[in-house]
Design a protein around this ligand. Sequence first.
Ligand code: GLN
Length: 191
Amino acid sequence: MLIGVLCLQGAFIEHIGILGRLGAETVELRQKSDLEGRSFDGLIIPGGESTVIGKLLRELDMENDIRSMIESGVPVYGTCAGLILLARRIVNDDNVYLGTMDIEARRNAYGRQLGSFACEAEFEGIGRIPMTFIRAPYIERVGKKAKVLSVVDGHIVAARQGNQLVTAFHPELTDDSRVHEYFLDMVKKRK
Ligand code: GLN
């Protein structure tokens, strides 16, 4: 199983570590040529700064290739900034990046005081898991095709639409690998 991990900026090392421990092979996606000549079973869009990752995706001419892969059904998992990059609309920002998922995200949604926090909450299909939020977004609306998987304090923090999975939190910063196992299961059972 070959998973491409977008490594332009942000928390990608941790995803590579967890995926390796779960037995998946990873390729670091740093430039357009990393996407060529290989067939990926899955993609990870990590957390970081969505404006920076989004700008680099465009400058490095990787955005259209990645969008086509997602549109062709390659399973993708976006954490935090990755969620923002996959969203069809960002309610407090005019940019749209990959825009493949029918969700509306609010950037830096928790404001300054509660910018970063950790909690434990229910994730549909997994159970209670630890969640680490860092200047996180949340999802204000999901479209008809998307399914809510987790809600914290009345806000949607995880969703799935077909082969696309997003979390506003960072499971790769905890020692609980169940969300990554969930994603690898999506890859195995690709629709
Ligand atoms: N605040 C960041 C953004 O808007 C996301 C933070 C994160 O990925 N941890 O892109």
